[in-house]
Design a protein around this ligand. Structure first.
Ligand code: FES
Length: 189
């Protein structure tokens, strides 16, 4: 790598470290360790060939809702990990990958399509527990299976928000996968 390229890479990392956006270096580190890697195996309907991995990036823990306030199939919008990024908190009414709560059916996903950032914030289809179709190129994501792609142009699962439940409170603590635009559009809190 030339001196100029090294300098540019260093500047990118420094810029990103000022934000909540995980830097390329952090992603390389994450992918090379057990940190936050989830293997989507042992899920009904997923073949070995369909096993996927997503990397977890930890962000500050933020309270985003209450278990008792959620109604099945009624998504609640919230911002995380920065104010410009909208997500959906949903009680699916059926156990889901990385689901939390007494029924393991509470999940949260970023509402930007992983393909080119189409807005999926009003695209929940309760009959199939999917998000989509994306208004741009029709990608659709299965919320019971870690946001994996059902159909469409996207090649990555929908970023899933890591959740924790403490008594009745629901907290967001990180994001599995890369939110669309994060690598090139740094987020600020
Ligand atoms: S932006 Fe959603 S499918 Fe292309």
């Amino acid at each position: 790598m030339s001196n100029t390229a090294v300098k540019e890479e260093k500047q990118k990392d420094e810029k990103c470290s000022l934000d909540l956006c995980p830097s390329r270096r952090q992603f390389l580190f994450a992918s090379g360790t057990a940190m936050g890697a989830i293997i989507l195996s042992g899920i009904p309907g997923l073949s070995n060939a369909a096993k996927l991995e997503a990397e977890l990036t930890r962000y500050p823990r933020v309270k985003i809702g209450k278990v008792s306030a959620l109604k099945v199939d009624k998504p609640v919008k919230f911002k995380y990990p920065a104010r410009d990024f909208e997500n959906l908190l949903i009680k699916l009414g059926t156990p889901a990958g990385a689901g939390v709560g007494p029924d393991k059916d509470i999940v949260a996903f970023n509402a930007l399509c992983s393909h080119m950032g189409g807005d999926l914030s009003d695209a929940y289809k309760p009959e199939h527990k999917i998000l989509g179709q994306c208004p741009f190129h029709q990608s659709t994501f299965d919320l019971t299976k870690y946001g994996m792609i059902v159909v469409g142009h996207a090649t990555q699962s929908l970023p899933q928000i890591e959740l924790e439940v403490e008594k009745d409170d629901i907290y967001a603590t990180g994001v599995f996968g890369l939110i669309y635009g994060c690598h090139s559009n740094p987020m600020r809190v």
